[in-house]
Design a protein around this ligand. Structure first.
Ligand code: FE2
Length: 212
């Protein structure tokens, strides 16, 4: 208890909110850890702290619903780091997204840390079975299907195939990417037809992360 009280007092006196603290700690980690796997695994506890912050949880309830349009998903863009290039996104799935199947995809060359802050959803992972020799063809198989809730964090490494499925409630995620999405193609997979294609990632809508 004493430690928590001391931390809260310190935060108030320094004026550093949850967002700014996350950015500072992420920049410190990126400055000292250049091995990408170690860097992104090392970011887990930093994101966990952000996901458990009461002010952050409160703010996330006010983020607008993301709306897919013209074949593209939407992400809220909270921050893009000028030096390290990482980006902080929000992804809200409201009423309109319930029961709508999300596309199975990868994130191309980037690393992503996906953290649920509110609600529950299923994270489904796939293995790729073919040898990647045929264009527009990919054979994939479900490898993991996990129900995630507040505080759960999934590390998505380059080209890992996955999707998130709603389970009938609003879900909100905080997503940290090694590079802002939307400017490069990501892989798309159809396990029924074995079709593979690429298209641009989510459009980025600037938004205030600490929305009051
Ligand atoms: Fe994804």
């Amino acid at each position: 208890m004493e430690t928590q009280t001391a931390t809260a007092t310190q935060t108030r006196s320094s004026g550093e909110n949850a967002r700014d603290r996350f950015i500072r700690k992420t920049r410190e980690l990126f400055a000292k850890e250049t091995d990408l796997d170690k860097r992104w695994n090392g970011l887990r506890p930093v994101l966990a702290e952000l996901l458990s912050d009461p002010d952050m949880i409160e703010a996330s309830k006010k983020w607008p619903d993301c709306v897919p349009a013209n074949g593209r998903a939407e992400n809220l863009l909270f921050y893009e780091d000028p030096d390290y290039g990482f980006a902080i996104n929000g992804l809200t799935k409201g009423q309109a997204r319930q029961g709508v199947a999300a596309r199975i995809h990868d994130h191309a060359h980037i690393y992503t840390l996906y953290g649920v802050i509110d609600g529950h959803e299923k994270v489904v992972r796939y293995d790729r079975l073919d040898d990647r020799s045929k264009p527009q063809y990919a054979q994939i198989k479900e490898a993991e299907n996990v129900l995630c809730g507040p505080g759960d964090i999934d590390l998505v490494k380059p080209y890992e195939i996955h999707t998130e499925l709603t389970v009938g409630e609003r879900t909100v995620a905080v997503i940290i990417r090694s590079q802002k999405g939307g400017d490069f193609n990501q892989g798309r997979y159809n396990p029924e037809t074995n079709e593979y294609y690429e298209s641009l990632g989510p459009r980025q809508t600037p938004c205030d992360m600490m929305a009051k």
